[in-house]
Unconditional design. Sequence first.
Length: 362
Amino acid sequence: MSRSDPDVTPSSPERLALARGVHRIALPTPMVASVNCWLIVDRPLTLVDAGLNWGGALDALELELRRLGFALEQIDLLVLTHQHVDHTGLAETLLARSGADLAVHARLAAWLDALPDSLLADDDLIAARLGAHGAPAAVVAAYVARMEMMRMLGSRPRPSVVLGEGETLALRDRSLRVSLRPGHSPTDTVLTDAAGGLAFTGDHLMPGARTTPYLDPDAGSDRDAGSDRGGAGWEADLAPARALRASLGRTAATPPGVLGLPGHGDGFADVGAAAREALASQQRRALRLLDRFDATPLTAWELTTRAYPRLTPSRAFLGLLEVLAQLSVLLDEGLVEAVASGGRPRFRRAQARAGRVSRSAA
């Protein structure tokens, strides 16, 4: 895959990598927190993730590459961790200018091949489910407008290297094992360099930030690795959250001391420990949601407005997705039950608990 032969020796102390040949490049966005690209100084010269298709992000990427002693045209390999446009947007531009290969997990390759239909299906599903769970029309319209803007910041890159589950992407000095960890999206991929003691976790695991499980049109089908509980309607809305918990459980088995390099925010010291804390945090947030219930069965949207009263309409969908994730925990623990009321799903504290969560343990 390598076409160029860059000088991989940093020329000054400030260019020393935080993880033996890996540099964080934080790219700005107009709507969300900065997104990380990770430059792996190796042969081939490799970039993990690509930021939004936005001039400010492209300028920042080129500037930081120059500071590190490289040019965008020298990138030989681009690897994407998942399908969201803040990680894939610049991919098409980067590939066109550098001639680099694009390597992705096979599931992401299928999603990219189906663009733009796959992206429209994702957005249409969330808009429909916002309404189904009781969100007002203004909130649904705000979500639709936000996603129309986000789609303009994406791209349609074509993979040249498609990797199966558990396969290895071999560079000169390191090997990256490819592992699917669905939940935040169906295509979340973790790239682990076991010998180097680091893992690129994308948005699957970001200590200090909530990993939101986005809804998936195929939730509950055989495509949902890690989730065997699908169903129709609102039950299918819980499948991504269950898949995320299953994925975090697998990541929790990572050997101690592996450095995590996430899609947003700073690197962190121990991937396995961070995954266990993420699971514990999900349980704590679910227990706090119990305090929002009263004697009347509530829709997921009503719970969202109680749990997150300050959310703006354009970000309210994130609150609903978080509440659905919390409900999945409470339903699985038997602390909450669904009831038929008023033509849409409503939830109440369980009358007879099939399970129990200990507040002291959480």
